[in-house]
Design a protein around this ligand. Structure first.
Ligand SMILES: *Cc1c(COP(=O)(O)O)cnc(C)c1O
Length: 530
């Protein structure tokens, strides 16, 4: 610019009269000026009061309202009114129509899913990360946040004993982390075996028809989903049977690998599970790492659930061999007690991120890479991304590693204790010894002789009564149990995550199950028609 141009008198420029005026809402509806900041403090205080009030007045884990009634009621809500009323009114509507019919994840009767009560420090962190709204896709949108995420990822790599050079990124959860692991596995394998750069050239015919990935029959459905999304198709997933402890059967795995190779297929990855969603079972990771090394396959460990064992000196040996995995998925929004969403993907050899490399002129030009500027967008399948790494950082600093480990250890002990209760109750059948904090069991109808369902009509009765127990407890808002199937027959599941839940709370849940089961049995019609 020349000095002359800088000297332009802006007050007299024609545009001065046409200065756009900020809308009146801007003053109080956005953080920044004193009015906006005061409005923020007021709104957050109100939201907090509404939340605590809803917790204080609620009873049990759920009000029990069914989806039809909720659709009907919420159909009356105006979503985009022309004129707003006030934050007060808006929050009151939320309190009445949403919070009142939300699941109370902190209630001891809420034991269905890997759906945790969040830690208080993490909730404080949520406030900071949403208030500052940093976006992790470029350094100039998240300077300290980018560097802190790098530090948190490094600490996670250390937790799993990964070597120097490991890398990773925060994700929206296990689904995304598993996808990322299998994406890199696929592209790494195609480069090595077929000399093909999938990022630019796409999949070759040999990949489309012959790539196979192996996992146990207890693996999470996201392995199949990823195969679909990766253009391999769900048929590319070869399911290997599990043993009595619901861990991948190694002999069956070896036989499957040999058969696939003899058929000219290309097994490229093994997905091991450290903490299956139903049973918490952990595949033999060291033995799987041996197989992967022998055959030059990628080992991805889905530790969405069981990864939390790494925090505890006592539980950590369960993950032996995980440090040899090529990649790991770990969820913080499950057994690490972080609010949704919060997960991480970890990569043993960070150089393999080259398969995802991407530079955009507007976001992360190559010259930034040369200067060492953090480039997290090239490690993720997302662009705009939340600063979720702040939540475990604040939680670990507030509670300490041992504080979190105590909670994880406690819920695993609780699972063993409740399994003992189930074993001791003739009306109940334990389906599998708990490995972590999930307990799968069934109500056993009276006319059963005690050895599990042995005829198809008995099995059908077991199905009906167990499904009805789960449905009724939810509809009455008494307890939220999960339903699943074990070897083709319906079962119930308790997933224990809440460190404030006691064995006595859980005895109450089991009693409710047995009471319902008995009532349903006397009312045969319900069972027969369900
Ligand atoms: C929960 C879970 C997933 C899916 O993770 P999200 O965080 O729900 O995306 C994958 N694998 C296992 C073993 C899980 O428990």
């Amino acid at each position: 610019m020349t000095g002359q141009r800088r000297a332009v008198d802006r007050d007299r420029s024609p545009a001065a009269d046409a200065d756009p005026t900020p809308p009146p809402t801007a003053a109080t509806a956005f953080l920044g000026g004193p009015d906006g900041n005061a409005a923020y403090a007021d709104a957050i205080d109100r939201a907090r009061d509404v939340l605590l009030e809803s917790f204080a007045t609620a009873e049990g884990p759920y009000a029990g309202t069914d989806h039809g009634a909720l659709r009907e009621r919420l159909a009356d809500l105006e979503v985009v009114p022309d004129d707003g009323s006030s934050i007060e009114d808006a929050l009151e509507t939320v309190a009445d129509d949403v919070l009142a019919d939300s699941v109370r994840v902190h209630d001891p009767g809420c034991v269905a899913h890997l759906h945790c009560p969040p830690t208080v420090p993490a909730l404080a962190a949520e406030l900071l990360l949403s208030g500052t709204n940093q976006s992790m896709d470029s350094f100039d949108q998240a300077p300290a946040a980018s560097v802190l995420e790098e530090r948190v990822v490094d600490a996670c790599c250390d937790l799993f004993d990964y070597p120097t050079g490991a890398d990773g990124v925060f994700t929206g959860g296990g689904t995304e982390s598993n996808f990322l692991g299998l994406l890199l596995a696929r592209d790494w394998y195609c480069e090595r075996r077929f000399d093909r750069d999938v990022q630019t050239e796409g999949l070759g015919p040999e990949a489309v028809s012959d790539l196979r990935l192996l996992c146990s029959d207890a693996a999470h459905f996201t392995a199949e989903q990823a195969a679909h999304h990766l253009g391999l198709g769900e048929d590319a997933v070869v399911s290997v049977p599990t043993d009595g402890d619901r861990r991948i059967d190694l002999e069956a795995l070896d036989a499957t690998l040999e058969r696939l190779e003899a058929d000219g297929r290309h097994p490229f990855a093994i997905v091991a599970t450290a903490g299956t969603t139903d049973f918490g079972s952990i595949d033999p990771l060291a033995a799987l790492a041996d197989r992967a090394a022998d055959r030059d396959l990628w080992l991805h460990v889905d530790a969405a659930y069981g990864g939390a064992c790494a925090i505890s000196d006592r539980l950590r040996p369960k993950l032996e061999g995980i440090d040899r995995a090529d990649s790991i998925a770990v969820d913080f929004h499950k057994l690490f007690y972080q609010p949704i969403s919060c997960g991480a993907f970890l990569l043993r050899d960070g150089d393999r991120y080259r398969h995802l490399e991407r530079n955009a002129a507007y976001l992360n030009p190559e010259r930034d890479d040369a200067a060492g500027v953090p480039n997290l967008v090239s490690k993720s399948t997302r662009t705009t991304r939340r600063f979720d790494a702040l939540k475990p950082f604040v939680t670990f600093n507030a509670l300490g590693r041992t504080g979190v480990a105590d909670c994880v250890e406690y819920v695993c002990e609780l699972a063993d204790a409740v399994a003992d209760e189930i074993r001791a109750d003739p009306a109940l059948e334990l389906c599998c010894d708990p490995e972590l904090s999930a307990v799968v069991f069934r109500y056993r109808p009276d006319d059963e002789s005690g050895s599990g369902p042995d005829s198809s009509s008995t099995a059908a009765a077991v199905d009906r009564v167990n499904r009805a127990i789960r449905d009724e407890l939810l509809a009455d808002g008494e307890a939220i149990l999960a339903r699943t199937e074990v070897d083709g027959t319906a079962a119930l599941k308790l997933t224990l995550l809440n460190p404030r839940t006691t064995l006595s709370d859980l005895r109450g849940v089991l009693e409710a199950v047995v009471d319902r089961g008995e009532a349903l049995e006397t009312d045969r019609e319900v069972i027969d028609s369900a």
